[in-house]
Design a protein around this ligand. Structure first.
Ligand code: HEC
Length: 281
């Protein structure tokens, strides 16, 4: 059994992502899950139109502002600063008094605990304020986590390096701060409390701000958002809230999550990744 699990988890990330989508398409999802989501769909958390209207922004401008803010605000509030300072000028309303530093605690993956990368907390906060439909916000956040996890980052190259010169990009495979930054530190040979690492995170803040603007701009065209990835992908594919980097922590012995729950009926996709017959390159 354990051998099978190792084989299952050994498939490449690309084959996992392409084949799991197909598995999921066939997965029977209990209606209770969808019903719970639908109830929340139009919760209208804030009066978006009047107070927090979104107008299309220039991604490059927002990215640069996020990058420039990092040294004084760190990751979460830098992403927020990028979006909010432009929205304050272009959309006005309550953006003009938005408390940019209210989410500053999210730096270092929640006050230095290495959990969720603060750039994503910052981006998710603004997405939540802009979109009146909470399902759209969730779909965007899910897509953003995919982008963060499977893109070579940092991709942003500033016109002028503000903190240090750096050479490496890495794929984190997870939105977890500790693994993401640790993987980059190992590639770069840099310590955490270094200007190089700060430069890296400043650029990641720009990347996430830019991607967020791209999603919000696309949504603003007609009020619709087409998700790039299956919502709740990881829960359905893995049978547990998760990323897809099981072996980063479990090594060769990835426990299989319980395949059937009374509330969520999953298929074979409940294993950590496709079976070898499904997982061809
Ligand atoms: C960031 C590290 C990390 C990652 C990544 C991770 N896990 Fe875990 N997981 C843990 C830890 C730590 C525990 C608790 C294990 C313990 O205390 O024995 C755990 C527990 C579990 C459990 C419950 C314990 C059990 O034996 O049934 C399951 C199931 C599980 N993980 C599956 C997965 C799967 C599947 C993946 C990949 C989709 C994954 N994990 C990715 C760290 C991780």
């Amino acid at each position: 059994m354990e051998e099978n699990q190792v084989a299952d988890c050994g498939v490449s990330r690309r084959s996992f992502l392409t084949t799991s989508g197909k598995l999921l398409a066939g997965a029977a999802i209990a209606s209770s899950v969808l019903a719970a989501k639908a109830d929340k769909a139009h919760a209208y958390p804030v009066n978006n139109k009047e107070h927090y209207d979104y107008v299309p922004l220039d991604p490059a401008k927002v990215g640069q502002i996020a990058y420039e803010n990092y040294a004084k605000r760190w990751c979460a509030s830098s992403v927020i600063a990028g979006l909010v300072s432009e929205l304050a000028v272009k959309a006005g309303g309550s953006w003009k008094t938005f408390p940019i530093d209210a989410m500053r605690w999210a730096h270092g993956g929640f006050a230095g605990w290495g959990a969720l990368c603060g750039t994503l907390t910052g981006a998710g906060t603004i997405i939540g304020f802009c979109t009146p439909d909470t399902d759209i916000a969730e779909a965007m956040c899910n897509d953003l986590a995919f982008f963060y996890s499977y893109t070579d980052l940092p991709a942003y190259t500033p016109a002028k390096n503000l903190l240090a010169d750096i050479n490496h990009k890495t794929i984190s495979s997870t939105p977890i701060c500790h693994i993401s930054v640790g993987r980059w530190m190992r590639a770069e040979g840099a310590e955490f409390l270094s200007k190089e690492r700060a430069e890296r995170c400043a650029r990641v803040a720009a990347d996430i701000a830019i991607e967020t603007v791209a999603m919000l701009n696309a949504w603003k065209k007609d009020g619709k958002y087409t998700p790039k990835h299956q919502p709740l992908f990881n829960v359905l594919a893995n049978g547990i809230t998760s990323q897809n980097n099981c072996m980063d922590c479990h090594g060769q012995h990835v426990p299989a999550a319980e395949a059937t729950y009374p509330t969520i009926k999953t298929t074979e996709a409940a294993k950590c990744s496709p079976t070898p017959k499904d997982g061809k390159e």
